[in-house]
Design a protein around this ligand. Structure first.
Ligand code: HGY
Ligand code: MN
Ligand code: MN
Length: 402
């Protein structure tokens, strides 16, 4: 095992520095291609260069730091963009651990390690387009046509790269494996007091934008039986779908209506239109299919029963993925060595770039606890000692693999 040591103080100092780019209260706001995202990627590129890594920023905005030499590197990373209200660790932790392991290994003659921050993991424009395009699961042209909730095209947004180097692609065949460390973003490790999660699989996800269309009308003069109220359509759809999906769900199955726009959204107007997204996740492809059937059938049934029109705008999906068995065992050995009895094998209920990268490289993931299981929230936090331990465990995995 080609042992080398990381500098956890330096790593945590970099994590604190990244946190300050887009900091709001205790959280961070750095949506893909925003000014804060661009400044964060410039800062990352500079840190990678100072570490002696060759920097590549590809056309969609993924930032790679690759060690000199021609051999294959182990790629370690995550994403540095955030949700519209993000925590300071979601993605950023995995990127900075990747930087520290790549830097320390280069300094100490360890195995070749590269690091990466993928773009738009948080799905401002589509479901994880940065790593999907890199893994050739989506063309850049397709990604360019994806729009955010304001109608801005990704193709337009990604032109905002002042201060970043000209686009240079880096091929997947420069790497031998992909490792991602991430906060759990859920309640399991926090509840059990365990400190490390060895991820065995990542759930699949499906997201669809939908609309109920009725008739905009006067809220005072339109009798209830004559209304074609789009919000009532959404209301009935959600309560029916909750009951019906619960019949096919396990305790790990989830579904969310997270985005709703009512038109014209005024006190005295019967809403003529309700735009919304419904997202569903599960580790089993067949259950995701069954859920889709229920969702579409319920939408059509609801529209018919209330004299509304229903529209679906296409399902964006990522299939369930498995971590690579050999890498999982290396993770388990390192966890048992550095956190004996304080780790568990577990699924990931959150999506990660590792799911896309698993189509082109063997991948594995590690989790550290999230305080109170909170994430996608300014209150997201993890003990610094857990952040350091996670990085040490991943460093040992890299040393074992190297
Ligand atoms: O939604 C997710 O699972 C990821 O955090 N973007
Ligand atoms: Mn994330
Ligand atoms: Mn996230």
């Amino acid at each position: 095992m080609s042992r080398f040591r990381i500098n956890t103080e330096r790593m945590l100092a970099d994590l604190d520095a990244l946190r300050r780019i887009g900091a709001v209260k205790t959280g961070v706001i750095r949506p893909a291609y925003s000014e804060t995202d661009r400044l964060a990627r410039i800062w990352l590129a500079e840190r990678m260069e100072q570490a002696g890594l060759e920097v590549f920023v590809d056309a969609i905005g993924n930032v790679f730091g690759v060690p000199p030499g021609s051999g294959k590197s182990i790629l370690v990373g995550s994403h540095s963009d955030t949700q519209p209200e993000g925590g300071w660790l979601d993605g950023a932790y995995g990127v900075i651990v990747g930087l520290e392991i790549a830097r320390a290994s280069l300094e100490q003659g360890g195995p070749p390690v590269a690091c990466v921050s993928f773009q738009d993991e948080e799905g401002r424009f589509s479901t994880l387009p940065g790593s999907r395009v890199w893994a050739d699961l989506m063309s850049l042209e397709e990604a360019d046509e994806c729009c955010d909730s304001t109608g801005l095209r990704l193709g337009q947004a990604r032109l905002n790269r002042a201060g970043l180097p000209a686009p240079r692609e880096v091929s997947t065949d420069r790497f031998s494996a992909f490792l991602e460390i991430h906060i759990e973003q859920g309640p399991v490790l926090d509840a059990t007091g365990e400190r490390i999660g060895v991820v065995e699989n990542i759930v699949g996800i499906r997201t669809e934008k939908m609309s109920f269309l009725g008739e905009q009308n006067h809220a005072g003069t339109t009798p209830m039986h004559l209304r074609r109220d789009a919000f009532q359509g959404l209301n009935r759809f959600v309560s029916l779908v909750n009951d019906r999906l619960a019949e096919v769900a396990t305790s790990a199955t989830v579904w969310t209506v997270g985005h709703v726009d009512l038109y014209p959204n005024a006190n005295s107007i019967v809403p003529g239109r309700a735009d919304f997204t419904i997202q569903w996740r599960d580790a089993d492809e067949a259950r995701l299919d069954r859920m889709a059937e229920i969702i579409y059938a319920t939408a059509r049934e609801t529209a018919d029963s209330l004299g509304l029109e229903w529209k679906g705008f296409g399902c964006d999906l990522i299939a369930p993925t498995q971590a690579h068995a050999t890498l999982v065992e290396a993770m388990a050995k390192a966890a048992e060595h550095l956190a004996p009895g304080l780790w568990r094998r577990m699924p990931s209920g959150a999506l990660h770039d590792a799911a896309n990268v698993s189509h082109v490289l063997p991948m594995a993931m590690l989790f550290v606890p999230s305080k109170g299981g909170i994430s996608h929230n300014f209150a997201e936090d993890t003990d610094r000692s857990d952040l350091a331990l996670g990085a040490e465990v991943l460093c040992e995995v890299v040393a074992r693999l190297g």
